[in-house]
Design a protein around this ligand. Structure first.
Ligand SMILES: Nc1nc2c(c(=O)[nH]1)N[C@H]1C(S)=C(S)[C@@H](COP(=O)(O)OP(=O)(O)OC[C@H]3O[C@@H](n4cnc5c(=O)[nH]c(N)nc54)[C@H](O)[C@@H]3O)O[C@H]1N2
Ligand SMILES: Nc1nc2c(c(=O)[nH]1)N[C@H]1C(S)=C(S)[C@@H](COP(=O)(O)OP(=O)(O)OC[C@H]3O[C@@H](n4cnc5c(=O)[nH]c(N)nc54)[C@H](O)[C@@H]3O)O[C@H]1N2
Ligand code: SF4
Ligand SMILES: [Mo]
Length: 686
């Protein structure tokens, strides 16, 4: 329906631009805000406060409306032709001098499958696999462990079937605030019906309120906790012997490994009472069906992959895989972080997770593209930044704000100073855009069409609800033009349907899905050719790896990067309901800023008293990497010895404090553990 009072808006069913839940929203002419429609995930049209405020970006006075180029050190407006000419001159110069691997492409989990597919095609047609997206900073470790053991990195189950569970084990995730509609519409009804929730998180938050049992684990000590839970399961005969016989290998090695685990000792190391740990294992092990949810508290450590390996053991031991209401379920981040990986915006895989080192896979892609992707894996997101000004001389940053979101932000700022040529393609002049040589004004969620893939693998369609501001262009058109200017391919696509069609020919997991047939419904991958619906529960008779069995893995605890001195506390970071990631969008939303304007440092009353800090006082938080000043919130919600801040603000910029050591397998940084000192500054903040 078109709103006749304001021709720049149309109400068309589309998908919320924020989290990976993927709620359906559209323009509501009466309120001028977003409203939910009866969509595949939010079946009753329910949405959260961020979704409701999503239209705040449309017509926002700070939107980029013209290309900008750097002249005498300043960004000035330019024509599209001038902006693209500068990019093609700079990129071709760099490729001629240093080869295509001197370029880096940051793709966007906030953007569509088609846009990301084309961006990785541009990179690979130029001759580099240096393309990544912020899934790297997010669930790359989860995906690595699950891919390695089960053959697929995605949620094993669907939102729909998970309500059959008798127990939810939520590890290092806060779905009540980060995946609100999943929590409210799928988890809470089950909890009200008697499903027990076990919450493992150093901080009590909205999720904890619904929990039967809360284990306030010490940040970075999930492996001892999980190994001790495995020991209790074996000790108390709570394992599924027939599942172990039929579907699991390395059982005897694992029994021997766990035999040496001292449950009480591990509980002490993990900072939780032994009885509670035992009770958690009993609840999980005795349940008929138990489902695990895993989040950033697990994945964002320099041992993130090992953390998830230790977690997968619990599901294998108890046979909680391959049926309704069980499994291991990473709740994905942005509305299209699942899709950005699916379509190949990753340095080691082509569309559909086909390895770049696989000669046949590259050949198949080459047949469609007319050019073969390079055979060596590229660099990951943080690795690319660390090489700015060295091997990497030019970068294209699409819909990301790494100056705020990458760890050890002072080092990141130096890297962005050092890079020779930077393109930022965004909707706002972000902190990252301030370093750019060319800034391209793109389209917001409300101004574009295409598909996104949500956390439980549902491919859904977005449709424009508003006109573009000024001279801004659709993201797909911008990436298409980039491809035409900098590669030898024609990039002559009419629109998202044509790009999606090509994607389904190149990516085995999307084969069989047709853009037109998605309609206002969703189609779930994997989608077997000729089938009428996608596969819901994975790993039922065999694992996605093609094997009937998966192995138990003996995982040793790894100490966090920072050692913590007596006068230091542990900083862990994360999110709140009202803001989103770097805050580029939500800090500009009047509605959301009224709900939560500033960041705070959550600190336990005992620690506050040791540091002489009163509630509401301004404190300095510092370590060798940097310092921030922030208001203290004295609260017993956070475990003693740990403090918590979000990363949603440019000031305080928490990432100046976080270490940038990377997980050896997934290359994810340690965002959830930094040693810091807290002192009172005595100043008022503003
Ligand atoms: N409102 C809102 N929703 C979002 C986002 C947002 O920014 N705001 N971002 C989206 C994105 S990109 C993502 S990836 C998801 C992330 O969603 P979540 O995984 O829920 O995100 P976080 O808040 O970063 O971390 C979850 C919890 O981990 C806990 N934690 C910290 N350290 C540890 C530890 O060592 N062990 C354990 N077990 N727990 C620990 C934190 O206290 C925190 O409550 O959310 C998505 N949804
Ligand atoms: N300390 C700490 N740091 C963290 C984390 C943490 O838990 N703690 N979490 C990490 C995680 S999980 C993630 S996912 C990353 C997120 O890191 P980023 O991806 O860098 O953060 P976002 O704010 O999501 O960046 C999105 C950018 O895209 C722009 N944008 C939004 N929509 C569109 C669009 O439609 N088109 C275009 N062209 N641009 C658009 C926004 O303006 C914004 O600049 O942060 C990581 N950093
Ligand atoms: S739960 Fe996520 S997808 Fe749904 S309205 Fe809220 S932010 Fe948007
Ligand atoms: Mo994320």
């Amino acid at each position: 329906m078109t709103d006749s009072s304001d021709r720049s808006f149309q109400s068309r069913p589309t998908i919320c631009p924020f989290c990976g839940v993927g709620c359906g929203i559209e323009y509501a002419p009466k309120s001028g805000k977003a409203t939910g429609w009866m969509a595949p995930v939010n079946k009753r049209g329910e949405i959260c406060p961020k979704g409701a405020a999503a239209f705040d970006v449309v017509g926002h006075e700070e939107r980029l409306t013209e290309p900008l180029v750097r002249e005498n050190g300043r960004l000035v407006t330019a024509s599209w032709d001038e902006a693209f000419a500068r990019i093609s001159d700079a990129f071709s110069g760099i490729v001629a001098e240093n080869g295509a691997d001197a370029l880096a492409f940051f793709a966007s989990s906030n953007c569509t499958n088609e846009e990301n597919y084309l961006l990785q095609k541009v990179a690979r047609a130029l001759g580099t696999n240096n393309v990544d997206n912020c899934a790297r900073l997010c669930h790359s470790s989860t995906v690595a462990a699950m891919q390695n053991r089960f053959g697929a990195g995605a949620m094993t189950n669907t939102l729909e079937d998970l309500s059959d569970a008798d127990v939810f084990l939520v590890m290092g995730a806060n779905p009540a605030e980060q995946h609100p509609i999943i929590f409210r519409s799928y988890l809470l009804p089950a909890i009200r019906d008697g499903t027990d929730l076990i919450h493992v998180d150093p901080r009590a938050n909205d999720t904890t309120e619904a929990a039967t049992l809360h284990l306030p684990v010490r940040p970075g000590y999930d492996i001892p906790l999980l190994n001790a839970m495995a020991a209790v399961l074996l000790e108390e005969g709570l394992v599924d012997e027939s599942f172990l016989d039929d579907r699991v290998t390395a059982v005897e090695q694992f029994r021997a490994f766990v035999g040496s685990v001292d449950v009480a000792e591990n509980a002490t190391l993990a900072g939780v009472p032994t009885d509670n740990l035992r009770e958690a294992a009993q609840l999980y092990g005795e349940a008929d069906r138990a489902a695990i949810f895993t989040g950033m508290g697990m994945s964002q450590h320099h041992c993130g992959t090992d953390n998830v390996h230790a977690l997968l053991n619990l599901a294998l031991l108890t046979g909680n895989l391959g049926k309704r209401g069980v499994g291991v379920n990473p709740l994905r981040g942005q509305n299209n972080v699942q899709g950005a990986g699916d379509v190949g915006a990753l340095p080691d895989v082509l569309p559909g997770y086909q390895l770049v080192i696989d000669d046949e896979a590259r050949q198949r892609v080459a047949e469609e593209w007319g050019v073969e992707p390079p055979p060596t894996p590229g660099l990951t997101e943080v690795e690319m930044t660390h090489r700015f000004g060295e091997e990497i001389r030019g970068a294209y940053v699409f819909g990301e704000n790494p100056v705020i979101t990458e760890p050890n932000a002072n080092r990141v700022a130096d890297a962005f100073e050092d890079i020779e040529f930077l393109v930022v393609h965004d909707i706002f002049r972000t902190e990252t855009a301030e370093y750019a040589d060319v800034v391209l004004p793109g389209s917001s969620w409300a101004e574009k069409a295409g598909t996104v893939t949500n956390t439980d693998r549902q491919v859904m369609r977005m449709r424009p609800n508003a006109d573009l501001p000024g001279d801004a262009r659709r993201d797909l058109g911008i990436v298409r033009e980039l491809g035409a200017r900098v590669t030898d391919l024609d990039f002559d696509y009419e629109g998202p349907a044509e790009v999606f069609d090509e994607l389904t020919r190149v990516s085995p997991i999307y084969a069989g899905i047709r853009y037109d047939t998605i309609g206002t419904d969703s189609l779930r991958w994997p989608f077997p050719k000729g089938a009428s619906s996608g596969v819901g529960v994975l790993h039922a008779d065999e694992f996605a790896s093609g094997n009937e069995t998966a192995e138990l893995r003996s995982v040793e605890h790894v100490d966090p990067v920072d050692s913590v001195a007596d006068d230091e506390l542990v900083l862990t970071t994360g999110r709140v309901l009202q803001h989103f990631n770097s805050g580029a969008v939500t800090r500009r939303s009047g509605t959301l800023m009224r709900m939560r304007g500033e960041d705070v440092l959550q600190i336990h009353p005992e620690d506050a008293s040791d540091c002489g800090v009163n509630d509401g006082e301004l404190v300095r938080v510092e370590n060798d990497r940097g310092e921030v000043s922030v208001q203290a919130e004295v609260t017993p919600a956070i475990r003693q010895g740990t403090v918590f801040m979000t990363f949603h603000y440019a000031d305080p910029l928490v990432n100046v404090l976080t270490p940038d050591e990377l997980d050896p397998v997934a290359r994810i940084p340690e965002y959830k553990h930094a040693a810091i000192r807290v002192t009172v500054t005595g100043d008022a903040r503003r």
